[in-house]
Each structure stands twice: as structure tokens, then as C-alpha cells.
Write a protein that binds this ligand. Sequence first.
Ligand code: NAD
Length: 309
Amino acid sequence: MHFLITGAAGFLGSALANRLVNENHTVRGLDDLSTGDPAALSSEVHFTRGDVNDRPKLWTLLQGVDCVYHLAARVLVPESLLYPREYNQVNVGGTVTLMEAMRDVGVRRVIFISSGAIYGERLDQPISETATPAPRSPYAVSKLAAEYYVRTIAALWGMESVCLRVFNAYGPGQHLPPVHAPVIPNFLRQASSNGTLVVHGSGLQTRDYIYVDDVVDAMRAAATAEAVDQAVINVGSGVETSVRDLVRLAMTVTGGQPEVVYNPRSDNGPSRMCADLGLAAKVLNFQPKTPLETGLRLTLEQDSRLQRK
Ligand code: NAD
């Protein structure tokens, strides 16, 4: 098959692109390199630097493409509180631009990588796709708005669409900014160098952490699954882990003795997050394979930025 991946040089985009070229598919990748790194991509991926809001560039890249994976986005929840306009421009505006270009050129299927963040605070766990979304950040709003644009524009113009609501993905190569770093690479790096683990909130809040290879399995399956048009599907591990447990695991896999500091007054987001995977199992035949401790060990082994200096 012929694929276009937006956000191809990012953490999830590069893992997906590399998997697809290994399976002998033709892959074009687009990324503006605002955070992505093209060095993460196999030389078989046809990479173009560019903005997802650049319609003429999209027209060219979409020629002959069967299926588009749309991952280009700004992805940091705390940053989105500071710069909601930018999150709207890239995550919503970029999605609309891409959908318009796909309509113009004609593409069979689009797979949009959405987020479990759209659910917000839910008392009933695990969370099924039928739960009413209650986004708590501009990032989550932007992903939900983009889902609606993808499904609506695709339906209007006879394209198939699938939205995957990915929960907390982790693995080697995840973007590690100096501020607002995602919790897993941050904890592993701090623990291995006997630094400081800062736990926001009580640490009792839970998240559903899913290893990158498992996310790629689900993304891969969505390209060829039958009867998934207009589907919105959770992608997670189905396991709930508290941040306190994550602290313990980070110390176990690194062997480090970091200082653990609690910051109880900082906003810790929803109190619980766990994906109901019933639909993913049914329509994508999806089964996560990597337990958290194994995934943390793999991440540490394969990502030199996180190892003891
Ligand atoms: P990432 O930051 O590594 O990847 C995003 C990529 O998009 C980056 O390479 C960045 O350079 C690129 N990009 C940003 N703005 C762009 C623009 N205007 N034009 C072209 N490219 C642009 O993050 P990731 O974790 O790989 O996330 C990929 C996708 O998955 C995002 O859409 C994100 O919302 C979604 N997602 C990620 C997670 C997670 O836990 N990592 C969970 C749920 C959903």
C-alpha cells in the first residue's frame, strides 16, 4: 500500500513509518521538525519537511496515496494551557487543511490519532468509547474537534475514517523537552541518574500506559480492518497504574535511588484513566502485548538519553 504519515519524524510517527517500510509498503512522511527528528526514520521512508497547513505541499504528497495517518500535532497538555491559539492552529487547523487536500485529491482512508485525554474526569472505569467526552485542556479540545472534522469531512466526501484514541504512550525516542516532559522518560532519566522525581498531585491518580510497539500494532491494523468506517476506537493497555507505582517501577528498572518529591497542590489531571479495549479487540483484533515493567526496561535499554550518565 501507499501511505502518507503526517508527524512522521515524531515519536509515534517514526515507529509507524519504520514498521510499514519493513513490511514493504511505500511510505511518505511529512513533518515540520518542530519537535521531530528525521534521524529516527529508516532511509526507505520518503521524508519531506513541511507544515501540515501547507495545502499545495499536501496535494503533491497525496498523489497515489491509499491511506493517510494523521499524527502531526502539538502534544503537550500543560503547554496547551499557555498557547491555546497555537494548539488550535496546528491540531484543528492542520486537520481541516489535510482533510480538504484529501478531498481534492481523493484518498480511500484516513486514520486520525486522537487521545484518551478527550474523556477528562470519569468515575466509571474502564472508559468505553460511548462515554461523553469532557476535555479539560485546550489540547484535549483540539483533539476532539479534530475527530469531528475528520469524521464529518470524510463522510461528506466518501472517504473512510478511523479515529484511534491513544492513552499514555511511551517507549524509546519519545520527545523529551526541558519543561513539561512526559512522565515516563522523565522518571526513567531522573531515577537512573539519582536525580529527583517530582510527583504532581497525590500520586494516587492512575493512567493507562501503552508501549509504542503496541500502539503501532493498533495503527497498523486500522489501515486494513474491515467495517471500521467512522469508528472511534480506544487504544491502551487496559491496565490502570498509579503514579506512585510508576515511581516504584522506575526505581526497580533503573536500580537508581532518586529523591521523590510530592507537589500536592499542582493539577494532576483526571484522577483515573483506563481504556476499555473491547471494541479494539473486536474490530482491530488488538491485544496489547507488553507489560509495563517490560516496556520500561526496553525503553531504558534502547534510549541512551535515559541511561545513567
Ligand atoms: P511528537 O511530538 O513526537 O510527534 C508529533 C510530530 O508532529 C512531531 O514530529 C512534530 O515535529 C510534528 N509537527 C508538529 N506540528 C507540525 C506541523 N504544523 N506540521 C507538520 N508536522 C508537525 O508526539 P507523539 O507522541 O509522537 O504524538 C503523535 C500523535 O499522537 C499526536 O497527534 C498526538 O496528539 C497523538 N497522541 C500521542 C499520545 C502519546 O502518549 N504519545 C497519546 C495520545 C495521542
